[in-house]
Design a protein around this ligand. Structure first.
Ligand code: MRU
Length: 351
């Protein structure tokens, strides 16, 4: 049986991008239409759309929006191309850690540079590529799901951190894609979701989408995972990724590293589920991954209410890097990569 997820996070419609507004989930499930390149930049930066593969597609949509605007503004093709490439470089700066954004925008830049078409034709080619990326993302996630499901034990309790689900992708999800595919084969599989402070993607988004799909989920706060691991209540961990270095070191939402250490201590398999577009083979190790520093309000406030004293020092890195030694396997659309990751990643890129 194939598991059908009901969510399509982001979609190109005629001449604009439509996306789920993830800042208000689960209080509201509403769509917003993004009609300009600058609005797309802000939507990515302010996390209306979030999750590595979803912001990749959003970035690609953003270039189509800029191209549409440029086509109204420029008659000279080479001026249009120069302006659009500058806008594409700008789009890549909307968030720094998830490499899928750079990957998808670079694909659009390749089209702009290599196209033989006139301005109108370039806009059309960019649109076709953006729509293809949407379809591909869902296909890739289903493949990740199927490879991952093969290593999920019967009736497993799967711990996840943040949201690497349908709402972090175009649909289906990476880590939650593994859950969906496993659940389709065995409906006794269940999920433990870390709350994921400061932005609570686990509490707000993971529980929302799993509940929507009827998959049992237990919400825990971030500090609880080792307690449940010790009690024997967690069988495996599956999380997503924002950027994976050539040696397998993996950046994911802040707190993931702590979960990985706890899993190692308790002898629990710890898997990353991610498309190959999340692997940045240009960097040797996680030390080179840029870590986003986000607004201090995310830590000092919950739902607009201050939760700490005034004048306290705040540091708010959005991601951490899990060293490759703690990772049991990286579940990709080309199969599960195992250590030595330098070798298995290089081989996957040749397939
Ligand atoms: O800051 P976010 O919500 O964009 O962070 C998302 C994550 O860390 C996800 O785990 C990651 O992007 C993988 S999504 C399939």
């Amino acid at each position: 049986m194939e598991f059908k997820s009901k969510i399509k996070t982001i979609e190109w419609i005629d001449n604009y991008s439509r996306m789920v507004d993830q800042t208000v989930v689960p209080y509201e499930y509403k769509f917003v239409n993004i009609t300009t390149g600058e609005d797309m930049f802000q939507a990515i930066r302010n996390m209306i759309v979030r999750g590595a593969p979803a912001i990749g597609v959003a970035g690609a949509h953003g270039i189509v929006l800029f191209a549409q605007e440029g086509s109204e503004k420029y008659i000279d093709r080479s001026e249009f191309v120069k302006w659009l490439i500058d806008k594409a470089e700008y789009m890549k700066t909307s968030r720094p850690t998830a490499v899928n954004l750079m990957w998808a925008v670079n694909k659009q830049i390749d089209i702009i540079k290599n196209s033989k078409s006139d301005i109108k034709g370039i806009v059309e080619e960019l649109k076709i590529n953006a729509i293809n990326l949407e379809d591909e993302d869902i296909e890739i996630n289903k493949r990740i799901g199927d490879y991952g499901a093969a290593v999920v034990p019967k009736g497993a309790a799967i711990l996840t951190h943040c949201n690497a689900g349908a709402l972090a992708t175009v649909g289906y999800g990476t880590a939650l894609g593994v859950v969906r595919s496993a659940f389709a084969k065995d409906n006794t599989v269940k999920v433990f979701a870390d709350e994921t402070r400061p932005r609570q993607q686990g509490a707000r988004i993971t529980t929302f989408e799993l509940a929507m799909d009827g998959i049992p989920v237990t919400l825990i706060t971030d500090g609880m995972c080792s307690y449940f691991m010790k009690k024997g209540m967690i069988d495996m961990v599956v999380v997503g990724a924002d950027r994976i270095a050539a040696n397998g070191d993996t950046a994911n939402k802040i707190g993931t590293y702590t979960v990985a250490i706890a899993a190692k201590y308790h002898n629990i398999p710890f898997y990353i589920a991610a498309p190959l577009s999340t692997i940045d083979i240009s960097i040797k190790s996680g030390d080179e991954i840029p870590i986003e520093e986000r607004s201090h309000d995310e830590v000092t406030h919950i739902n607009g209410k201050r939760i700490c004293a005034e004048n306290v020092n705040i540091i708010n890195p959005g991601f951490d890097v899990t060293p490759h030694e703690l990772i049991t396997g990286i579940i990709t659309e080309k199969g599960i990569l195992k250590p030595d990751y330098n070798k298995s990643i290089a081989e996957a890129f040749k397939l």
